[in-house]
Design a protein around this ligand. Sequence first.
Ligand code: PLP
Length: 389
Amino acid sequence: MALAGRMGRLGTETAFDVLARAQSLAQQGRDIINLGIGQPDFPTPEHIVAAGRKALKDGHHGYTPAQGILPLREAVVADLAARRGVEVAPDRVVIVPGGKVTMYLAITLFGEAGTEIMYPDPGFPIYRSVIEFTGAKAVPIALHEASGYSFRAEEVLAGITPRTRLIIVNSPGNPTGGVVPKAELDRLVAGLARHPEVMVLSDEIYARMVYDGAAHASLTAYPELADRLILLDGWSKTYAMTGWRIGYGVWPAPLVEPAVRLAVNIYSCVNAATQYAAIEALRGPQAEAEAMIREFARRRDLIVHGLNRLPGMRCPLPGGAFYAFPNITGTGIGSRRLQDELLEQAGVATVSGTSFGIHGEGYLRFSYANSIANIERALARIQAHLASR
Ligand code: PLP
């Protein structure tokens, strides 16, 4: 059996490998504290679950339009107007089975041999994986610890070549929790005026999770970018809906047809009942989502404070998402090694920074989507482990 050559270029998300190993250790009776997985530890709010159940009861069992049902696209448009202050027509919204799918569609629309796509590093591993799958060259954009894990606009602009088709921005970011300051976005957008052929994919899946009262700086705020910006957002993180598989993209008008054509070839449409639940998420009460985000802010303070007290670790306060990304070089242990030791010996699942790109060596990702009590227990275990080495 000979797989197509491009399969050799397709990577994966090692956070899922860590999850599998953590689960298998737990099944063997080990007490594992999971700070590895990037999903909220809260259930989906009950009124959203009820809307999904009602949709099934009401007979929404069939295919829907590939682009998503109109009432959901209208709810997305209303949410974009209320939260980001942008006006878009519902026919520019494409509902997809998970935020990840907008990423796949955008990268496959633009990537091919002879082209370049720029992506954040350390960053969500699927960017690079899919870029290379398409045959395009994956060009990392370095994120800097000293700048709160932001990129530097002048470095991004200097990396653009005549072959660059797409630039991916992710703020707040996975795995760092870093937020790109508005001034940096201003500089990037100003510089992109000189490169009108370059498209931008803005992955804003963590937009609602920004802390310290800061407003989320969105690339949708720049009208001069509107005809070449693809916005990626969704429900997974904000409403604790990772398993429902739903997200959305907002596309420049000419890209909607090719994006939907790809969708029809792959998955036809998103689960109908999930789409009705997603309407309820956007239009219904926001209290539970907001309480979850407040809880993440408390945990962030706890874990960052705790990590900074561990010998050899240094952790900037992340501005968003639910990840802490300490620099661990002072421990003298490599990232992958420390990930494995903490899981196998201390019973704490984390993800090595190297899972997120070449610039991730020397870092570990901690997801604080776990209870305060478990975060405290994990910190104590790590401290004991480091002391015992
Ligand atoms: N973008 C980033 C940066 C993420 O971290 C994730 C999930 O971890 C996604 C997109 C995909 O989310 P979804 O589960 O909706 O596909």
